[in-house]
Design a protein. Structure first.
Length: 459
């Protein structure tokens, strides 16, 4: 670890229950630091952390902070940008001279003391990270990992490995977070505009990825999806390689789709690995898998290790997550919350189930994203056979006048378009269950919590 972390013995997390924050908390807990924190929600993830010995409270009150954590000489405070500036505990730490860092800054410290494999992009990064980690850990190589989702192979969002100093990190562009990293290897999967509340313009958003490319350390490698509208700015002595489904230094050939399976040959600069079978047979995972296999190959995984790991990959919770699969009914959950992610998810589902009509239950995420990308959202949702829109999930935002699911639905041209609240969803599905046999819950909010009642209504 770095000198800054060497003098710290306590780490206190503000917003510890987030997927990225909880991974860091687990990492430092495993490394022997004292770890505690606050989160406003006692979620399943928070309860898991408590079972692992981490003290957590859900009231914003400094009385609940243990005395040992109130010493600024030994305590590092880590916070998420979602924490309000006027939060009582946050104000306390700022007034009393604590070292306070964003989660991304702490990850940056880790990448400067270890070899970071940092995967960025508007979408695809969580699956690519999890695939890369799975392949490396099924091989002789091994790695640690900070994941943006719960791996179904590991049943957690972090891996801690003592074999080497490789660490796979999901490089999040929100709030410019990924610009704190110093990658040994980096991937850019996509640059479709997002977070325009932060970046304001598409040009500024894409420029952030160019800035990210400049952070790869000398002697490192940058892998970019072929055709992205950016110009990487790398230091000297950096390899730049490309990938995509069908072209680039790394790509697929001889793609075979049928009987619920996807098999292809993986082409790389010095040869090919035949008969790669996707453990999660989704078309978009061909491309995600190519980036992951490229990283694994460059770090020493063998052909047989790569082939075996790709076939045994189980996926990520909330990423094309099949909850029910029978002859009469299939229910899939997907985190897609950007128009291009929605498009890719819907296309992938339709490829796998070409003879069924797809009902999508979409919960828009953030008022600003809905406003900024409304026409693109409408185009993607119009690919559905039936589009059901739930109220917008606000996350960190206050409502924006006129920006509602009804407003978004008015732009959607799917054969059937409905706007429902959570309470009326199950009743509507039950009334129409005779014609509904393929359902996808879509969005980054809490739409997945409705799956049990959706399942009950349709069975």
């Amino acid at each position: 670890m770095t000198n800054m972390l060497d003098k710290i013995r306590n780490i206190y997390f503000l917003g510890i229950g987030g997927i990225g924050m909880s991974a860091l908390a687990r990492y430092f807990n495993a490394k022997g630091y004292q770890v505690a924190g606050y989160d406003r929600n006692e979620s399943e993830l928070v309860m898991e952390l408590e079972r692992e010995g981490i003290q957590i409270h859900t009231d914003d009150n400094t009385d609940f902070i243990a005395a040992d954590y109130k010493n600024p000489n030994y305590t590092l405070v880590v916070y998420t940008p979602a924490i309000p500036e006027d939060m009582t505990e946050f104000v306390f730490f700022k007034k009393n001279g604590f070292t306070i860092m964003k989660r991304a800054q702490v990850l940056g410290e880790i990448t400067r003391s270890q070899r970071g494999i940092c995967i960025s992009g508007t979408h695809g990064k969580t699956t690519t990270c999890t695939l890369t980690s799975h392949i490396l850990n099924q091989s002789k190589v091994g790695c640690s990992a900070f994941l943006g989702g719960i791996s179904k192979n590991f049943d957690k969002n972090i891996l801690i490995n003592s074999k080497n100093d490789l660490v796979v990190i999901e490089a999040d562009e929100f709030d410019h977070s990924f610009l704190t990293l110093t990658p040994y290897m980096a991937v850019i999967t996509s640059t479709d505009a997002d977070h325009l509340d932060i970046y304001k313009t598409e040009e500024e958003y894409r420029k952030a990825f160019e800035d990210f490319s400049s952070l790869v350390r000398p002697g490192g490698t940058l892998i970019v999806k072929k055709g992205l509208p950016i110009k990487p700015r790398t230091k000297q002595n950096i390899r730049i390689l490309t990938y995509s489904v069908d072209e680039g230094d790394f790509h697929a050939e001889n793609i075979r789709i049928g009987n619920g399976e996807i098999v292809f040959d993986f082409i790389h600069p010095t040869g090919k690995i035949c008969n790669i079978k996707l453990g999660v047979p989704v078309y978009i995972n061909i491309e995600n898998g190519i980036a992951a296999m490229a990283l694994a190959l460059l770090n020493g995984a063998s052909y047989d290790e790569i082939r075996g790991a790709m076939a045994s990959y189980k996926g990520v919770k909330r990423r094309f997550d099949i909850h029910l699969k029978t002859d009469k009914l299939t229910i899939i959950d997907d985190y897609a919350h950007h128009p291009m992610e929605l498009k890719a998810s819907i296309e992938s589902i339709k490829r796998v189930y070409p003879d069924r009509k797809l009902t999508g239950i979409f919960m828009p995420h953030l008022y600003s994203r809905t406003r900024d990308l409304a026409d693109s959202f409408a185009q993607s949702l119009s690919m559905l056979d039936e589009a059901i829109l739930l109220p917008i999930y606000p996350a960190r935002e206050e409502p924006i006048p006129g920006i509602t699911s009804e407003w978004l639905a008015s732009k959607v041209t799917a054969p059937i378009v409905k706007v429902l609240d959570k309470d009326s969803l199950a009743g509507y599905l039950k009334e129409n269950k005779e014609r509904i046999n393929l359902v996808a819950t879509l969005g980054a909010g809490d739409v997945d919590l409705l799956i049990p009642e959706i399942t009950e209504a349709l069975q």
